[in-house]
Structure formats: structure tokens, C-alpha cells
Write a protein that binds this ligand. Structure first.
Ligand SMILES: *[C@@H]1O[C@H](CO)[C@@H](O)[C@H](O)[C@H]1NC(C)=O
Ligand SMILES: *[C@@H]1O[C@H](CO)[C@@H](O)[C@H](O)[C@H]1NC(C)=O
Ligand SMILES: *[C@@H]1O[C@H](CO)[C@@H](O)[C@H](O)[C@H]1NC(C)=O
Length: 313
């Protein structure tokens, strides 16, 4: 074939190769959102350098991480984690935190969102407050990023109490209505330890939950995902749910999963359990990169070859 021997082809292939090297050594392409139940992160726990190191490695994988079960009203544990992150990583991290929530003075918990200042901004926050609705009322934060295909989105944090998991998950529907009206956006993601599995939420319970019965809600972490550390348990407690096809379409297909940090970091079970008995869950948003940047390696090569063919004809 004539075009195959065009003298331009090797040069074009070489240029494509250089381009690809440049791409793959750049920053990670997706935009990752993670949620992690920290099993009572407080000053004493943050003082354990092994725990803080593991937390740092977990959080530094994500553009935004929702930490739950943070018991740090003085703020020193989160400050220590932020300082560790800012030393460890190329990005800078900031956080936004809810008040301490709960009805037991010995078990007051905060929701904390830690995010990269280079990739995302916080534009608003809202604490849901309806008496008798939740033990730890959902905390909503509105983000804006110039890196994501969906520029403006809301994350709603929830850590249910196990014995009320079904009612509390159902009431997220009311939170959705309030938040989407307040901010006039339907790009809403719910995330956290919903206790949405095993004995706390059964298949039959789904009929009582509007996030299943009403249209438009997509459960990205399925019922078969194990979000617990340890061999004895296999429960999909931690979940990510998004509203609406427009938002769903800008989420990377099959990117929602649990991150098995003990396995990935080769930590022994006892060591991992000092950090948490949960695994983080995560999902990736499409980046706003134009088509050429999003095109995988092979397609780019084919594209270049095709171009050279056409010009050789
Ligand atoms: C996105 O925001 C970052 C941080 O403010 C900035 O450095 C970057 O230039 C922005 N990118 C675009 C395409 O606006
Ligand atoms: C954050 O907001 C500032 C001010 O509006 C803007 O210049 C910057 O690009 C934003 N950063 C990102 C990552 O979107
Ligand atoms: C998001 O990315 C996936 C592949 O990573 C692609 O198939 C999909 O079309 C993209 N969606 C949008 C809206 O960019």
C-alpha cells in the first residue's frame, strides 16, 4: 500500500509517541471523589504517625475526600492531617467541616470535606436541620471546579446510625428537595457510611426508601460491594448515589468502587484496623479536557496514521 511507505509516517508516529509520554507523565486525568469512615478520628489517633501516614496516602488519591466519624471539635486532628498532606503531596489541601452532630455527648461526630485547592473550590455549605429526622443531619457542600465536565455540583454527607439506617436513607430524599431548590441545581451526590447493607438494610427494606422507589437516583456502589476491612464481614455499608442523567453522564463508567487500602498498601489487618474498619469508596468525574486529551493512546495513534494516509493520497 502506497501510504504505508510515505516518509512522513515514522515522523508522525514518533511525534505521537512524544505527545503520549507527555500526557501520561502529567496529572491524573480524572477527578476523584472519595468517602471514608475514619472510625473516630481525633487528636490521639492523629498523633499516631502510622495512622496519619496511611490516612495521608488515602486522602491524597482524591480531589475531594469526605471524612466521617471525625471527633475533633478542637480541629487539631484535621489540621495535623492537612499539614501532613501539604508536606506529602504536590497539591494543597483545605477542609470544610460541619459542627459536631449527634445526640450523645460522648459520640458527637463531624463531617469533614478535604479538597485540593488547585482543582476545586467550595462555593457554599448548608447544614440540614429538621428535628427528629437524623441523628447526624446531612451536611451539604457546593463545589465548583474548572477541571470537571460538570462544573457545579453538591455533595451531601451522611453517616447513619445503624438501627435507623432505613429511615435516614429514605429522608435523604427530603434533603435532595431542599438542597436542589436552595441552590437551583440537580447535580447532587450523596455519599458516606449509610450502613446500607447486611442486617441494617435488607433487600425488602428498599421499598421503604425513596432513593430506590423514586426515579432519577443512581446507586453507584452496588449491593455486592464489600466496604469493610476484615474477612469476617462482607457488607456494602458505604455508598455513593447520584441524582439525574445529566450528572450521571459525566461520571466515568465503572469508576465507582471500594478502595482496598490494606491490600493496596500491603498493611496487615490489625494495622489497617487501627485506621478504620471501613474501606473508602470512590468515584471519578470526567474531566473537562477536550476530546483530544481524553482520547486513549490507541485512538490517537490511529488518528495520526489516518491523517497521514489522507494527506498521502
Ligand atoms: C483552573 O483553576 C486553577 C486554580 O485556580 C488555575 O490554576 C487554572 O488555570 C484554571 N484553569 C482554567 C482552564 O481556567
Ligand atoms: C476557584 O475560584 C477562583 C475565583 O473565582 C478561580 O479563579 C479559580 O479558577 C477557581 N479554581 C478552580 C479549580 O476552579
Ligand atoms: C465521560 O468519559 C467516558 C470515558 O471515560 C466517555 O465514554 C463519556 O462519553 C464521557 N462523558 C462525557 C459527558 O464527557
Amino acid at each position: 500500500m502506497r501510504w504505508c511507505s510515505t516518509p512522513r509516517l515514522p515522523l508522525l508516529l514518533f511525534l505521537a509517541f512524544l505527545l503520549l509520554i507527555g500526557r501520561s507523565s502529567g496529572k491524573s486525568p480524572g477527578f476523584k471523589i472519595c468517602a471514608f469512615n475514619t472510625l473516630g478520628l481525633n487528636a490521639a489517633k492523629a498523633a499516631n504517625s502510622r495512622v496519619t501516614h496511611t490516612l495521608t496516602r488515602i486522602v491524597s488519591r482524591c480531589d475531594i475526600t469526605l471524612l466521617q466519624e471525625v471527633k475533633d471539635s478542637g480541629g487539631s486532628a484535621v489540621r495535623a492531617l492537612e499539614a501532613a498532606l501539604n508536606r506529602y503531596d504536590q497539591y494543597h489541601y483545605q477542609s470544610v467541616s460541619s459542627a459536631a452532630l449527634g445526640n450523645d455527648p460522648k459520640d458527637m461526630q463531624q463531617y469533614v470535606f478535604i479538597y485540593r485547592t488547585e482543582t476545586v473550590n467550595v462555593t457554599a455549605q448548608h447544614q440540614y436541620r429538621k428535628p427528629q429526622s437524623f441523628v447526624r443531619e446531612p451536611f451539604a457542600v457546593r463545589f465548583r471546579s474548572n477541571k470537571t465536565a460538570t462544573k457545579d455540583f453538591v455533595l451531601v454527607a451522611l453517616h447513619t446510625v445503624p438501627e435507623k439506617a432505613v429511615q435516614e436513607i429514605d429522608r435523604l430524599y427530603d434533603v435532595f428537595q431542599e438542597v436542589s431548590k436552595k441552590w437551583n441545581t440537580q447535580n447532587v451526590m450523596f455519599l458516606g457510611d449509610f450502613n446500607a447493607g447486611c442486617a441494617h438494610m435488607t433487600r425488602a427494606n428498599k421499598r421503604q426508601i425513596r432513593l430506590f422507589s423514586q426515579p432519577g437516583f443512581f446507586w453507584l456502589i452496588g449491593d455486592k460491594v464489600d466496604t469493610t476491612v476484615g474477612d469476617g464481614t462482607n457488607c456494602p455499608y458505604d455508598r455513593i448515589v447520584v441524582y439525574g442523567e445529566p450528572f450521571l453522564k459525566t461520571i466515568k463508567p465503572y469508576s465507582a468502587k471500594a478502595f482496598n487500602f490494606p491490600k493496596e498498601f500491603r498493611l496487615q489487618r490489625e494495622r489497617a484496623l487501627k485506621v478504620s474498619d471501613h474501606l473508602p469508596v470512590e468515584v471519578e468525574l470526567n474531566s473537562s479536557a477536550h476530546l483530544c486529551q481524553a482520547t486513549p493512546l490507541l485512538l490517537l495513534l490511529l488518528c495520526v496514521i489516518a491523517q497521514s494516509c489522507l494527506s498521502a493520497l
